[in-house]
Design a protein around this ligand. Structure first.
Ligand code: HEM
Length: 407
């Protein structure tokens, strides 16, 4: 059978699977990387309070996601070195996104400065990734030759102060595929992970804040849960459906349902043979299948008559959803990934789902326990999804923050 997905994808997926499915790595992410960069999340808010200014928390979420996933994917020094990466990466991403919605991009692109410097930006991003891959290869070689200590999976530091959580993805990739001059492939693979994880998670956090700001009762219930949760939360507590953050997790799930960061999916059969879907229907060569997690998340057939409502309690195990005729509907927690495809389903499903949920719960706890946020947009005005590959809040999420308690 023809290789449906390509050997490069398979190699990347295997390395990613290994890196993301290990409990030690998730632990490292939650215990070391997220707290290490907490200041990136808090400092702009503190500054806005000090200056009594409005701020866009979606932007803050982007910056936080960039440094944490950058460190995870690439390297411990990402936050320091990322200036050489962030600007060309952001510019090149914007140009790429425009290509999806502008069929004339070949002609219009060079009319704009960002389009004219696209090739240069892509080259800079790739060169940045390759430099990091090279330095990780050298580090691993030195570890293998006993010149420096290998960092422990429990978070203990190696001789150079590094921990396994730092650059763990790059480490896995280099170990698996680092022989020879594979630098370009490895750098591209890391870039894929960073691109997949960064904006999606930041947007999920922004939409979650948006929903709680619009529902004072839900915000109050969330604050009450977070206030009484233990100060030292285990990483496993962050995502436990029935743990100390049960309501927090229900809020996050509900936000992902109504505002999936990947709102639309398009996949093409690039093989020369038809592909059978789960229900038996065939997708011929060059045909495309398109589905919308955004529409599915609002379907009354899947979620019941109250599908349009932001209702975290529907995620409580003891709440049984019913159809309008009174018969039972499958419980949200039991929905298959095909009914709730926010992280996609099947062989190409998201590898970073657990990481994303850990970051979302962590960031939400840190923000809600510290700050009271007041929206600066009219509450009766719904925010729209911006035009991008993923789903930003159009116009951002303006708030005024003030301290609840000093931590
Ligand atoms: C709330 C946050 C996230 C959402 C909603 C999300 C959603 C998705 C979706 C829908 C896909 C399938 C895309 C497609 O093939 O059309 C996907 C793929 C992927 N995601 Fe995520 N993602 C999130 C966060 C992350 C994070 C944090 C990472 C890693 C750091 C990550 C890594 C990946 C990777 C590597 C793939 C490609 C899998 C493959 O093709 O084999 N994602 N994600």
């Amino acid at each position: 059978m023809k290789d449906l997905f390509g050997h490069k994808w398979k190699a990347q997926r295997l390395a990613g699977q290994h890196a993301f499915s290990s409990n030690a790595n998730l632990q490292s992410f939650g215990e070391l990387i997220l707290p290490k960069h907490l200041n990136t999340l808090l400092a702009p808010i503190e500054k806005s309070i000090e200056r009594d200014e409005e701020l866009d928390v979606q932007e803050v979420a982007y910056d936080y996601a960039m440094v944490v996933f950058g460190e995870l994917a690439y390297d411990s020094d990402f936050a320091q070195t990322s200036a050489a990466f962030t600007a060309p990466f952001e510019r090149a991403s914007t140009v790429t996104q425009d290509r999806f919605t502008n069929p004339l991009y070949r002609f219009t692109e060079r009319l704009f400065p960002s389009g004219r410097r696209f090739q240069r930006d892509v080259a800079e991003v790739k060169a940045f990734g390759e430099r990091l891959v090279r330095s990780m290869s050298e580090r691993i070689k030195a570890e293998e030759e006993g010149e420096i200590e290998t960092p422990g999976v429990d978070g203990s530091q190696g001789a150079d102060g590094s921990t396994i959580g730092q650059g763990l993805l790059l480490r896995e990739l280099v170990k698996e595929h680092g022989q020879g001059d594979n630098y370009r492939f490895l750098a591209d693979a890391c870039l894929n992970f960073l691109t997949a994880g960064k904006d999606t998670t930041a947007q999920a956090l922004a939409w979650t804040l948006y929903e709680i700001l619009r529902s004072p009762a839900i915000y109050a219930e969330l604050q009450a849960e977070i206030d009484k949760a233990p100060t030292e939360l285990e990483v496993s507590d962050l995502t436990a459906v029935e743990g100390p953050l049960q309501y927090t997790n229900a809020v996050i799930s509900e936000s992902l349902r109504l505002h999936p960061p990947v709102p639309l999916e398009i996949h093409e059969n690039t093989t020369s043979a038809p592909i059978a879907l789960a229900d038996g229907s065939l997708v011929g060569p060059a045909e495309i299948v398109l589905w919308s997690p955004w529409v599915m998340g609002r379907s009354t057939r899947i979620w019941g008559e109250d599908a349009a409502d932001f209702k975290p309690s529907r995620w409580f195990p003891e709440v049984q959803p019913r159809k309008s005729d009174g018969t039972d509907l499958s419980h949200p927690l039991k929905k298959s990934a095909f009914e709730f495809p926010v992280f996609h389903a099947g062989p190409r499903s998201c590898l970073g789902k657990n990481l994303a949920r850990i970051e979302l719960a962590y960031a939400l706890v840190q923000l809600v326990k510290r700050y009271e946020m007041v929206p600066t947009w009219p509450l009766n005005q719904e925010k729209s999804v911006g035009t991008a590959l993923t789903a930003p809040i159009l116009g951002g999420l303006g708030v005024r923050a003030r301290h609840r308690q000093k931590i």
